[in-house]
Design a protein around this ligand. Structure first.
Ligand code: CAA
Length: 260
């Protein structure tokens, strides 16, 4: 894949996507968001890719927010359109039937924190900083932060971060459940690769269906959520991977998943 503001590579089913605008600490302008939409659309259709690691180029930033110079002249209509573009990207990542791991390698602020929030798993370097500093700029989070942050860490903690605009370091982000694990900066990508390899060794259809059950279930009541889980559990029994996974267990050998 050839992009102006992204770098992409794929090895053994694990794609790594770098946001690459070092001059603006990887800030998301509209062009970069469109490139991310294009990249994730192609990844979704590429049977070779089992899983995505999303990270930022350089040592300083994952993404330092939406691009402030591009947003400054927006009006009510174009501001809303810009938010909807961010929401389109977030929904695409959440609906991708493949896990997306955010490897947060520095600042994850505003739209950058929101981008990490729509990923399935967040791993952070020990120099990462998280925040929703939009109120410093006279706006509110626009790429889903008011919603996904509250769902992940609770309304009280989300309110504090969003209303104060304060940044938290990686240790605090771990303490409040914003990230799953923290690593020394030099080890972050290798740790993300290791987790990616472990997930990629599982039945990929089951992993995708588990993602769907987690996503859909959190947006509805427990009765409907459990019904959705039962439907998706049943669907697993239509796959060759289920037959192979259970047969391999019974034969005391490793499963060979075909992804179908
Ligand atoms: N948009 C555009 N440019 C940005 C940027 C952003 N979000 N963040 C950093 N940059 C640019 C800076 O303007 C600077 O460019 P120049 O060298 O041309 O001056 C370059 O990146 C390096 O930044 P700094 O010199 O500021 O670096 P620093 O180490 O002193 O500070 C920082 C780092 C604390 C992250 C600081 O850059 C900062 O506060 N950035 C803005 C963070 C922010 O407010 N993000 C939220 C944006 S609003 C949003 O995201 C809305 C939404 O929900 C959709």
């Amino acid at each position: 894949m050839d992009f102006e503001n992204l770098l992409y590579n794929c090895n053994e089913g694990i794609a790594t996507l770098y946001i690459n605008r070092p001059k603006a600490l990887n800030a998301l302008n509209a062009a970069t968001i469109r490139e991310l939409i294009s990249a994730f659309t192609r990844i979704g259709a590429d049977a070779e890719v089992k899983l995505v690691i999303l990270t930022g180029s350089g040592e300083k930033a994952f993404v330092a927010g939406a691009d402030i110079s591009e947003m400054q002249p927006l009006d009510a209509i174009t501001g809303r359109q810009f938010a909807l573009l961010g929401h389109q990207l977030a929904a695409l990542i959440e609906e991708l039937p493949k896990p997306v791991i955010a490897a947060v390698n520095g600042f994850a602020l505003g739209g950058g924190c929101e981008l990490a929030l729509c990923c399935d798993i967040r791993l952070a370097s020990d120099n990462a900083r998280f925040g929703q500093p939009e109120v410093n700029l006279g706006v509110i989070p626009g790429f889903g932060g008011t919603q996904r942050l509250a769902r992940l860490i609770g309304k009280g903690r989300a309110s504090e971060l969003i209303m104060t605009g304060d940044m938290v370091d990686a240790a605090e982000a771990y303490r409040i459940g914003l990230v799953n694990k923290v690593y020394p900066a030099a080890e972050l990508l290798a740790a993300a690769q290791k987790m990616a390899q472990k997930i990629a060794s599982k039945g990929p259809v089951a992993v995708g269906l588990a993602k769907a059950a987690l996503r859909d279930g959190l947006e509805t009541d427990l009765t409907r959520a459990c019904a959705r889980e039962a439907d998706l559990f049943g669907l697993c029994f239509a796959t060759a991977d289920q037959k192979e996974g259970m047969q391999a267990f019974l034969e005391k050998r490793p499963a060979q998943f075909a992804g179908k």
